[in-house]
Structures are given as structure tokens and as C-alpha cells.
Design a protein. Sequence first.
Length: 216
Amino acid sequence: MKRVNLLAGGPVDQWASELATITTVPGQWITADRGTLRLLQQGVTPTIAVGDFDSITPAEKEQVLAAVSDIRSVQAEKDETDTQLALSIAFEELQADRVVVYGATGGRIDHFLANLFMAVEERFRTVLNRIEMRDRQNTIQFYAPGTYELTKEADKKYLAFIPLVPTTDLNLVDEKYPLTHFDTTVPISWASNEFIGEKAHFNFKTGIVAVIQSKD
């Protein structure tokens, strides 16, 4: 399974714990805007860097241009974020089986929401279950209709189910707080649920559901 890591420009203090030893993280790297500079500062060079690089200084941009062989420069005024473009490239060009997105949370809320809602875009519908977002406290995964088994992450306590679009017949089968045949026409967060054991199961008929494992 080919893993590609995508580093966006979110705050370093929100990075997932595995990035403390970033050189040991498996897979290729693709970066978005300021994420490129931050990855280089950790001693790792991305395969591809994407962005308008409007969030870094001219000197920092020169550093990026000198270090990265494949840079996809884009205009600041565009209809997509740098992270959206990087995610498209990860699947279409790097042929990722799984994309783990770092630096997508924290900082500006509009950026976070743009990142969260990438999974509901039509172009990502066929790969949404292969996108994962990770930060210091959370792992976010995305699901199309179906039946699923979740495995508890050892350091996480809480479990949340978030229909992102109109969703029907959501069932939380064996979680601490079960749910039966739930329908919604608007996004809602069923937060602060928990695993009972090491596994949990859920299913739904239509929609898109984000599942978050988190800790305080």
C-alpha cells in the first residue's frame, strides 16, 4: 500500500506526535505552501511542493526553490486551496493508496473547514476512505455508506461521528452510547462517545460520515 504524507501549513504545536521523529515517518511527502518550508526545516525534502507561497518571505521562498526539484507554483487568486491541489496530485500523480494529511488543523478556522470539507467534494468521493487527517489530539477518517469496524487507537479516549452531508440510517452498534436509525439533513457532531472494547462498529445507508478518535 502506497502511503503519501501531505503537510499543510497549520501550526507546528498542533502536529501529531509521530512528527517529532519526522524522518522515520514512512512514505513520500507532498507539501502545501508554508508546509514546504516547515518540512525542509525538519531535514526532509518533499517529492512535490504546491503553492502560491504567499505565506513565506522572499528569502524563505528562495530556500524552497533551491531545495525542491518539483515545485507546482500557482496563483494566489484561485478557486482551490493549496492543500486541495496537493491532495489531488497525491492521488492522481503519486498514485497514493492512502494520504495522511498533517498541518490541516489549528490556526485559521476557515482553512480548517476547507480541509475538513475536502472529503465531500465530488472529485474526492471515490477516495474519501483513503484520506486521514492527524494532529496532536485527533485522527479524522472519512466514510462512504457501508458497514465498518473501527480499531481503537491506544492513546485516544473519545470517539465522534459527524455526518457532513445529509445522511440516513446511521447506526452506532456497540459504542458506549449507541444510536439507531438516525437521519439528518444537516451536519451534526455526535461527540464524546467512547469505545467499550478495542473494536467498534457502525453503518449507514447514504451520506458521508467523518469519524474522529481524540484525546484531551
